[in-house]
Design a protein around this ligand. Structure first.
Ligand code: 5RP
Length: 222
């Protein structure tokens, strides 16, 4: 039987959740396993409140009986558990493959601790193989995409079937293909300064720890 490395990492991260915590729930197929495990622990008596980073995660948490609050109803969170599309040894991340990067960044940035959960295939020496998702407003999107292209990437507007993909916030995502992202903090600032950009999937200095599930059944902590 093959090992589910996403589940392995996710369930390890849930061990860090303690009674009374306010927990940020990530988005994606790895976060799915964390939310599932949290639901199990809640049904066994764990007392937490949670904030979801997407409609999908909110729905899953609600079905599992995890008490949810709106982000505006709390001051801050204790712990956020979320996946990533890529991470390096300095805990710089690319996120947003699932389109939830803005809410994910708001929630993680307001958490005392963010634990990243990933399978070993997500760990890279240099970020950039995964196209960097950038959330942009629909108004003048053509111009914003052209500005992104000037940074040396090939941006492509994400689609969902025939339609342009829309985030939970009603915006578009431009997936920006770079060769490699050598100076992620600098690029993060440059992208953030382009009018029309809402946010981008570079998470720099936000994650406190990564739990990486490996195919041999072991776990690596970064
Ligand atoms: C969603 C994300 C996800 O955390 C990221 O895409 C990883 O997803 P998965 O666990 O399905 O590989 O950033 O916006």
């Amino acid at each position: 039987m093959s090992i589910n490395v996403k589940q392995l990492a996710a369930e390890k991260a849930v061990e860090y959740v303690e009674d009374g915590m306010k927990v940020g729930l990530g988005t994606g197929s790895t976060a799915y396993w964390a939310i599932r495990k949290l639901g199990e622990r809640v049904s066994e008596g764990l007392k937490i409140t949670a904030v979801a980073t997407s409609r999908a995660s909110e729905e899953q948490a609600r079905e599992l009986g995890i008490p949810l609050v709106a982000f505006g109803d709390i001051d801050s969170l204790d712990l956020t558990i979320d996946g990533a599309d890529e991470l390096d040894s300095s805990l710089q991340l690319i996120k947003g493959g699932g389109g939830a990067l803005l809410r994910e960044k708001i929630v993680a940035s307001n958490s005392t601790r963010m634990i990243v959960i990933a399978d070993e295939g997500k760990v890279v020496d240099t970020l950039g193989k995964f196209p960097l998702p950038v959330e942009i407003v629909p108004f003048a999107w053509e111009w914003t995409v052209a500005e992104l292209a000037k940074l040396g990437c090939q941006p492509e507007l994400r689609r969902s079937g025939e339609e342009l993909y829309k985030t939970d916030n009603g915006n578009y995502i431009a997936d920006c293909r770079f060769e490699a992202i050598e100076a992620a903090p600098k690029l993060a600032l440059t992208i953030q300064n382009i009018p029309g950009v809402v946010d981008h999937g570079l998470f720099i200095g936000i994650a406190a720890m990564a739990i990486v599930g490996k195919l041999d059944g072991s776990i690596e902590i970064i």
